[in-house]
Design a protein around this ligand. Structure first.
Ligand SMILES: CC(C)(COP(=O)(O)OP(=O)(O)OC[C@H]1O[C@@H](n2cnc3c(N)ncnc32)[C@H](O)[C@@H]1OP(=O)(O)O)[C@@H](O)C(=O)NCCC(=O)NCCS
Length: 195
């Protein structure tokens, strides 16, 4: 069995300035992964349009960054119904799977859902999607599983001061990193012109 390489990047919330990196991540997904992620075939133009619409939707998207590229993402969308229902979706690129990234992103999604007082989490998990089923099962303590498309109903353990504080702390760190990323991208062309 090949060696499992530990992730060397970091996870943070995505901002509109991350649109291009998020779109590139989704475009790198192969046909099978897109099918699992979107529950249907997804063309490049669909994926491009989806990425552009994503930041306008109510919810939150987390990205796993490595060497300036997003290699994994998790989205939590508010599905309406007084904000009690959320839809979760995950995408980890081939080559970055099986390293715990799905687990780390799922933890963020559950914390974000709790902090937003959501009660149920849905996901389009196809019946043959063993990886997603295995990932969801790791959260048996936090979720009660339902049938069909529902990943789970969040157990009564609601948001606490600790869960809100830890999300706020991650946000502050993530925002600072996002600003630095943006500055780097702006400064890069200026730097190149000096050569
Ligand atoms: C589902 C997905 C997000 C899992 O991401 P990941 O980074 O590989 O997940 P992790 O490494 O955290 O693994 C989570 C658990 O699932 C298990 N697992 C991973 N791939 C598996 C597979 N193909 N079959 C069975 N179990 C699998 C792992 O063993 C792990 O359990 P463990 O910690 O007890 O060993 C990823 O495979 C993916 O992006 N798939 C394509 C898109 C998709 O299906 N999205 C879900 C629907 S929105």
């Amino acid at each position: 069995m090949g060696q499992v390489i530990k992730p060397k990047g970091f996870i943070r919330k995505l901002y509109p300035t991350d649109l291009a990196a998020f779109r590139e991540h989704l475009l790198r997904l192969d046909a099978d992964t897109r099918h699992s992620r979107f529950g249907m075939g997804a063309s490049d133009s669909f994926v491009t349009e989806y990425a552009e619409r994503c930041f306008a939707l109510v919810g939150v998207t987390f990205g796993y960054f490595e060497d300036g590229m997003i290699r994994g993402a998790a989205e939590l969308r508010d599905m309406g119904h007084d904000g009690q229902d959320g839809e979760a979706a995950f995408s980890i690129e081939n080559g970055w799977r099986g390293r715990g990234l799905g687990t780390a992103l799922f933890k963020r999604v559950i914390r974000a859902a709790r902090n937003r007082r959501m009660k149920r989490l849905y996901a389009s998990c196809l019946t043959h999607n063993r990886a997603m089923q295995a990932l969801a099962r790791k959260f048996e303590a936090e979720l009660t599983f339902d049938s069909g498309d529902v990943i789970g109903v969040l157990n009564a353990d609601e948001a606490t001061a600790e869960s809100r504080f830890s999300e706020a702390l991650d946000d502050a760190n993530g925002f600072a990193t996002a600003v630095l990323d943006l500055q780097r991208r702006w400064l890069q062309p200026l730097h190149l012109k000096t050569f």
